[in-house]
Design a protein around this ligand. Structure first.
Ligand code: AP5
Ligand code: MG
Length: 187
């Protein structure tokens, strides 16, 4: 099972991704988590990514593509994976399709799009700012992330619709209800 989780910041990609890991026994690959870990460790990659992340902008394609390529090549990703936060623009989606072709795979099975209103997103992320203090959970940066999502990532809905792979689900409600609706479409 090869799944891409699509959705605006705060739509629940990370939360639902964790539950899918437990349910299907396949790894989750989150470029955001990998980048935050690199920033925290102070690696060269982290230093390159930090300014863009703090501004709510996308990190350079070659950086995130490198992360995903390395991770998808590991044995535990052979039988499937959940991608959280990648791809985020058409160039990344095309590279992903190319990588999977080289690995002998017909591509992803489904792109699951979690739809959540902007007001709910801002509310959730300001709430998380208090609990976790993530550097990009500040109101102006949250609004920038939504803008970048609309401009750069939303077109992927058409990209995957053209492959007949996209499914849009309402991302508002309890975490378990939403998880139930995802598992129902994935089977
Ligand atoms: P990334 O880490 O991917 O962040 P994001 O897309 O902005 O999304 P979030 O992680 O904030 O939200 P989520 O959808 O995972 O929701 P979550 O489950 O956490 O990216 C961060 C940055 O890294 C980017 O801005 C960019 O700079 C860079 N980056 C990453 N990938 C990149 C790429 N491919 N290319 C270029 N740059 C890249 O939920 C959010 C909150 O809501 C949580 O507190 C959660 O507890 C709560 N919540 C979840 N579900 C519910 C629910 N049903 N009801 C109420 N609350 C809920
Ligand atoms: Mg996340």
């Amino acid at each position: 099972m090869k799944i891409v989780l699509l959705g605006a910041p705060g739509s629940g990609k990370g939360t639902q991704g964790e539950k899918l890991v437990a349910h299907y026994g396949i790894p989750k690959i989150s470029t955001g988590d990998a980048l935050r870990a690199a920033v925290k460790e102070g690696t060269e990659l982290g230093k390159k990514a930090k300014a863009a992340m703090d501004a709510g902008q996308l990190v350079a394609n070659e950086i995130v593509i490198g992360i995903v390529e390395e991770r998808l090549g590991q044995p535990d990703a052979r039988k499937g994976f959940i991608l959280d936060g990648f791809p985020r623009n058409t160039a990344q989606a095309e590279v992903l399709d190319g990588m999977l072709t080289r690995l002998g795979s017909p591509g992803i099975d489904r792109a699951v799009h979690l739809h959540v209103s902007d007001e709910e997103i801002v509310k959730r992320l300001l709430d998380r700012a208090i609990k976790e203090g993530r550097d990009d959970d500040k109101e102006d940066v949250i609004r920038k992330r939504i803008e970048v999502y609309n401009a750069e990532t939303r077109p992927l809905l058409d990209y995957y619709a053209a492959q007949g792979k996209v499914v849009t689900l309402e991302g508002i409600g309890s975490v378990d209800e939403i998880f139930g609706s995802i598992v129902k479409v994935l089977g």
